[in-house]
Design a protein around this ligand. Structure first.
Ligand code: PEP
Ligand code: MG
Length: 578
């Protein structure tokens, strides 16, 4: 029977595919009492899962090309060794015997014990070994639960064209899933502004977040998901499938028709040129940005280079990577944002640098993390500066909030420049340095940042999160997310005005810039530089080229003076009808 569930439309697009569940939340493992006569079977089930894990890792090890870096193979060897260690193989067996519990529970208990030992270690390197334990435990657990393993090196045909259902997904896992060719995904947690959702939009994967996925959905059930409306349809009738196939075709036709704009200049009806740039997370995204003729890359989130791995990319690796992005851009300018790790953009290696925080969005994140760990930051700055000799590069700092950070960052950049000069390593001495305005304090002090920096970029995702006190990750408060809240609009206007007073360009690279409901409003507020996910470039261009900014002159001040959302919505409607 057809059933309908709904969540937040996190990444638009219709997907029709079979359900595939990924459960990897260890906290969901429950203790189940096993009767005495079932103990030996439970132990043998555990041993089979360990044997299978060994076999899987050996297969991966053998499939790695000889040219692969030694540290990647070393890391698989480490996991293979762990699978021989009695801590992970014998201790859970003992627990099953003593407690008469299920294998999953025994494994999880042993993992928790080991984790607390690692947590107490002072040596940051040894502390990261906890991640290795987790990886090995996860693999055994997946085998116990007979789940598919998600792996960067292997393509699992079961994933192809399926709709993934999961409690949550990290951005790192989302990249792996795209590699597997999934049709879309639905998660129970997360709002449309989580980095996983943004990544899905950048990758063009339909996604729904914050959806209570019904337990009645069986593996392999046919599902339809609409990433725009957030609707998930279980076991649709043939007529419903046909209807959605038609909608999907129409949507694709509409998008194709926008291709006519590709080679048109981005100029408003009254002749004002607007800069339209793309946000990218990975080198592969450059292709789409070029296809839709972005003016440049307004935000390159470098943290993705640090995910799905156990080591930190060193200066040379980063340099090679940035050079590769520059060369794919063929002359288009590239804004490289320094590391914004932390909060929901975790990486396995992050445990080197931070402790668990109760409030990660307010914790050691982005520039705060980089300033605390200057070795990490300097290596990235050197790599970016060296790459600046190869093309048009701008350097952008995330999450600035005060003058001390600003001074410290600028000093560090100067030091890195001096050391490059001393070693006669080429770089662009005039590289523009910009800052993101993502914290209300930064927006309120935007004139300070405008005086000391070459450009500003408004990160509305965080600016809205911090202004309205709503966790981007928490679907319970997503209903409060409102880009046109009067306070948010005032902070945006202040930043645009501060840029104008100091003659410093201001762009917007948060998701608000890509939401066509707000394009005219932003143009009317004086924004002349948008940076959006490559897949929506033409949609935004369509609105820009159909807008006459001079007609907005009266309505924008009226809208900005409103203090309630109903009036703002009325004005927005009027603007859209102009
Ligand atoms: C933002 O906060 O708007 C932004 C672009 O940064 P991120 O989404 O990567 O936090
Ligand atoms: Mg941000």
């Amino acid at each position: 029977m057809t059933e309908l569930q709904s969540g937040y439309g996190a990444s638009p697009g219709i997907a029709i595919g079979h359900a595939l569940r990924i459960e990897h939340n260890l906290t969901e493992v429950m203790e189940i009492a096993i009767p005495a006569e079932g103990i030996e079977d439970e132990i043998s089930r555990f041993r089979c899962a360990v044997r299978l894990a060994r076999q899987q890792l050996r297969e991966i090890r053998n499939s790695i090309p000889g040219t692969t870096r030694a540290d990647i193979t070393d890391f698989i060897d480490t996991h293979l060794l762990m699978l021989e260690d009695s801590m992970l193989t014998l201790a859970p067996v003992e627990l099953i015997r003593q407690r008469h519990c299920n294998a999953e529970w025994a494994l999880k208990s042993q993992r928790d014990d080991l984790a607390s030992v690692f947590d107490e270690m002072d040596d940051p390197y040894l502390r990261t070994r906890k991640d290795d334990v987790d990886h090995v435990v996860k693999r055994i657990m997946q085998n116990l639960l007979k789940q598919e393993t998600l792996d960067a090196n292997t393509i699992n045909p079961d994933f192809k064209d399926s709709i993934i259902l999961s409690h949550d997904l990290t951005p790192a896992e989302t990249i792996l899933l795209q590699h597997q060719g999934i049709a879309g995904f639905v998660t129970e947690t997360g709002g449309p502004l989580s980095h996983t959702a943004i990544l899905a939009r950048n990758l063009g994967i339909p996604a729904i977040t914050g959806c209570q996925i019904s337990r009645s959905i069986q593996e392999g059930d046919l599902l339809i998901m609409d990433g725009e409306t957030g609707q998930l349809i279980q076991c649709p009738t043939e007529a419903v499938v046909k209807d959605y196939q038609k909608r999907h075709r129409n949507e694709q036709r509409r998008r194709t028709s926008l291709n006519r704009l590709k080679d048109e200049p981005t100029i408003t009806q009254d002749g004002i040129p607007i800069s339209l740039n793309a946000n990218i997370d990975r080198r592969e995204d450059v292709r789409v940005a070029r296809r839709y003729r972005a003016d440049g890359i307004g935000l390159y989130r470098t943290e993705f280079l640090f995910m799905n791995r156990h080591d930190i990319p060193d200066e040379d690796e980063q340099y090679q990577h940035y050079c590769a992005v520059i060369s794919s851009l063929r002359g288009m300018p590239l804004t490289i944002r320094t590391l914004d790790l932390g909060a929901d953009k975790g990486a396995e290696l992050l445990n080197h640098y931070t402790h668990q925080s109760n409030n990660p969005a307010l914790g050691l994140r982005a520039i705060r993390l980089c300033l605390k760990h200057s070795d990490l930051f300097c290596a990235q700055l050197r790599a970016i500066l060296r790459a600046s000799a190869k093309g048009k590069v701008r350097l952008m700092i995330p999450m600035l909030s005060n003058d001390k950070e600003l001074t410290a960052v600028l000093q560090m950049i100067e030091q890195v420049k001096d050391s490059l000069l001393a070693s006669k390593i080429p770089f662009d001495d005039n590289i523009p340095i910009g800052g993101m305005i993502e914290v209300p304090a930064a927006a309120l002090s935007s004139s300070l940042f405008a005086r000391h920096l070459d450009f500003l970029s408004i990160g509305t995702n965080d600016l809205i999160q911090y202004t309205l006190a709503i966790d981007r990750m928490d679907d319970e408060v997503t209903y409060l997310y409102d880009p046109v809240h009067p306070s948010v609009l005032r902070l945006i206007q202040m930043t645009i005005d501060a840029g104008k007073s100091s003659d410093v360009p201001v762009s917007m690279c948060g998701e608000m810039a890509s939401d066509t409901r707000y394009t005219r409003l932003l143009l009317g507020m004086g924004l002349a530089d948008f940076s959006v996910p490559p897949s929506v470039l033409l949609e935004v261009k369509d609105v820009i080229t159909n807008t006459d900014i001079s007609k907005l002159d009266k309505i924008i001040p009226a809208l900005l003076s409103c203090d309630n959302s109903a009036d703002i919505k009325t004005h927005l409607k009027k603007i859209s009808e102009l």
